[in-house]
Design a protein around this ligand. Structure first.
Ligand code: NAI
Length: 239
């Protein structure tokens, strides 16, 4: 039984990979460029007693990603779990937002969802088992000023995951969303977090492990009747 995690070389994706290994999954680690970081996550997976495979590709690139996913299914069969985690921000208010920043954010989050899930889902349906978990964001739920592109991309993957949940439910597959709030990773390290946490009822950032434990639950046998849901991991920022 294996799980695929996109953007698994650091941050939330790395924590998810480690958590799923602890939960008994072999893990296929997708990453874009940082081989050394991906190798250190692979070492953690192996230390947890599971197999790790590195799968480099840019999930925004349709042709290479769909080919890599098709080859993955041919090589290893259907994944037991797919975690769509890779994402980027290119923040700026819409009035000044370059088209490239619009395209890049949509291509990574929303394009990445299609490029990864589409080639895998047929085999998962045939297996009559499997979990899809999409990492969205509180920005996709409430909309965030300065993040029109990111909010659009994350809102879109929430809707895509809910629609997919309805498509695949009859075959026993689930599809759910984890929507983190402010989490301490490279993505947030340059933000004025001391100011931003004042808006968080719990008054602190979340950790990558706190997001990973929600993903671990949704991929566990205990979550078998949960589908089409959005699970916030946000310290109460959005309810
Ligand atoms: P991060 O920037 O540390 O990690 C993102 C990972 O995705 C990196 O490993 C990066 O290389 C990978 N990635 C980006 N573009 C890629 C591509 N085209 N192909 C393959 N891999 C790619 O950020 P973090 O915080 O770990 O983010 C993980 C997910 O969580 C993202 O989807 C992000 O939008 C989401 N998120 C993060 C929050 C936070 O506060 N850190 C809050 C809400 C959501």
């Amino acid at each position: 039984m294996y799980a695929l995690v996109t953007g698994a070389s650091r941050g939330i994706g790395a924590a998810i990979a480690r958590r799923l290994a602890t939960d008994g999954f072999d893990v296929v680690l997708n990453y874009r460029t940082n081989l050394a970081a991906a190798e250190s996550v692979a070492a953690a997976v192996i230390a947890a007693g599971r197999q790790a495979e590195l799968l480099p590709c840019d999930v925004a690139d349709r042709a290479t990603t769909m080919a890599a996913m098709t080859a993955l299914v041919e090589r290893r069969g259907a994944p037991a779990a797919v975690v769509i985690n890779a994402g980027i921000t290119r923040d700026g208010i819409l009035a000044f937002l370059p088209a490239d920043d619009w395209d890049a954010v949509l291509a990574t989050s929303l394009g990445g969802f299609y490029h990864v899930v589409k080639p895998l889902i047929g085999a998962m349906l045939k297996a009559r088992a499997g979990r899809v978990v999409t990492i969205a964001s509180v920005s996709g739920q409430m909309g965030n000023a300065g993040q029109v592109n990111y909010s659009a991309a994350k809102g879109a993957v929430i809707a895509a995951t809910k629609a997919l949940a309805r498509e695949v439910a009859k075959r026993g597959l689930t599809a759910n969303v984890v929507a983190p709030g402010l989490i301490e990773t490279d993505m947030t390290k340059d933000l004025p977090v001391a100011e931003m946490v004042k808006a968080v009822p719990m008054q602190r950032l979340g950790t990558a492990n706190e997001v990973a434990s929600a993903v671990g639950f949704l991929c566990s046998p205990g979550a078998s009747y949960i589908t089409g849901q959005v699970l916030g991991v946000n310290g109460g920022l959005y309810t």
